[in-house]
Design a protein around this ligand. Structure first.
Ligand SMILES: [Zn+2]
Length: 170
């Protein structure tokens, strides 16, 4: 069985009301998104779903840690996530109405379940900033920072003088 097929909410024949789910996201989940993706560690997503007629409001609360590389010292560390997102799904809407509201994800009327794996991955991705550094600089690998700084200074001295000519023209 495909691992990602576990991250689903069955909606066929569901009565209106509130439902709770919990999904555990571990290393194997991230592996499904390829070698470029995150390396783990463990995120728990509590989900509260409200169904009213053909509208499903799904609230995600993601908590846990994901392994990322520190931009300052290039060592791996665990980034803590605690974030919330909401999605709206709607079933049984005709084609010409689909573009009315971008906030809503339209589903085929005969759909049996909603697979949340892609959304879970994207929400984890949104929760992690572009610049990822150890929360405290003292946790960084200082030997590595020294080596990296040396390299940076070297490349600064290695500038191309043609840029100076260009600057004069500006
Ligand atoms: Zn660091």
């Amino acid at each position: 069985m495909n691992l990602l097929s576990q991250y689903v909410i069955p909606i066929q024949g569901l009565s209106d009301g509130n439902y709770n789910y919990q999904f555990i996201i571990e290393k194997e989940f991230f592996d499904e998104f390829g070698p470029e993706g995150y390396k783990g560690n463990r995120v728990v997503s509590d989900i509260l779903m409200n169904k009213e007629n053909n509208v499903y409001t799904i609230h995600f609360h993601l908590k846990g840690t994901v392994e990322v590389i520190c931009d300052r010292c290039l060592e791996n560390f665990l980034y803590t996530i605690d974030s919330e997102y909401t999605l709206f799904f709607k079933t049984g809407i005709s084609e010409n109405k689909k573009n009315e509201n971008d906030e809503i994800i339209y589903l085929d009327e005969n759909i049996h379940l909603i697979n949340l794996s892609q959304y879970l991955y994207e929400f984890i991705d949104f929760s992690i900033p572009l610049r990822r550094v150890h929360p405290s600089e003292k946790d960084c690998n200082h030997e590595m920072i020294k080596i990296l700084k040396k390299h940076t200074n070297h490349s600064k001295n290695d500038y191309d003088p043609r840029w100076d000519n260009l600057k004069e023209l500006l």
